[in-house]
Design a protein around this ligand. Structure first.
Ligand SMILES: [Zn+2]
Length: 185
């Protein structure tokens, strides 16, 4: 997952809208406001899905509530609770729906995951306590991060980069699957 920091300032358009209409349904948020949120998140996520790290563009992604608004309605218009997810119906935000994931895409989250074998699948890091392993496994399941297409892309990308012999941190800094790559290169 992307270790999202929300280091960009909260867009003032979002803050103003929240101040005026905090209880508005999400879908009624005006498109110009959504646009500025996307622009801020583009910088933070470098055009990668926050969950599966595959490339996204404006047409192939949506704004995602990290904590579901059905449980946390007060976080509906909070920049810190928003991210960009790919639109695949089989994994990530569309698959998650209104479920809550135990492991959020935040700094340090990738230390909890481990790349198993050579099939591109993720599993909980073996060093974790059982409770943490269960949380990681549940997160993988809810987001379907080991769906065949994602696992295949992950493995192909990693094999390609390893084949090129690239282990430059500057190159890796904005690449998909960078955290896994940094642990195995
Ligand atoms: Zn995704």
């Amino acid at each position: 997952m992307i270790e999202l920091e929300h280091s960009q300032p909260e867009p003032p358009e979002l803050r103003r809208f929240r101040g005026k209409k905090p209880n508005t349904p999400w879908n009624d948020l005006p498109h110009p406001v959504k646009d500025v949120i996307h622009k801020a998140l583009d910088i933070e996520q470098e055009n990668l899905c926050v969950y599966c790290e595959t490339e996204i563009n404006r047409k192939s992604c949506h704004l995602e509530h990290l904590q579901p608004q059905s449980i946390y309605p007060h976080l509906r218009f909070r920049y810190n609770n928003l991210a960009q997810s790919c639109n695949s119906p089989n994994h990530c935000g569309r698959k998650k729906g209104s479920q809550q994931i135990p492991v959020l895409p935040e700094p340090g989250c990738n230390n909890l995951f481990f790349l198993s074998g050579t099939d591109g699948k993720l599993e909980p890091n073996a060093d974790l306590a059982q409770g943490q392993k269960d949380n990681v496994a549940k997160t993988i399941e809810i987001l379907n991060l080991n769906s065949p297409d994602i696992a295949r892309q992950r493995q192909q990308y990693i094999t390609t980069v390893m084949g090129l012999g690239i282990d430059d941190d500057n190159f890796l800094s904005d690449q998909p699957f960078r955290h896994i790559l940094q642990t195995i290169l």
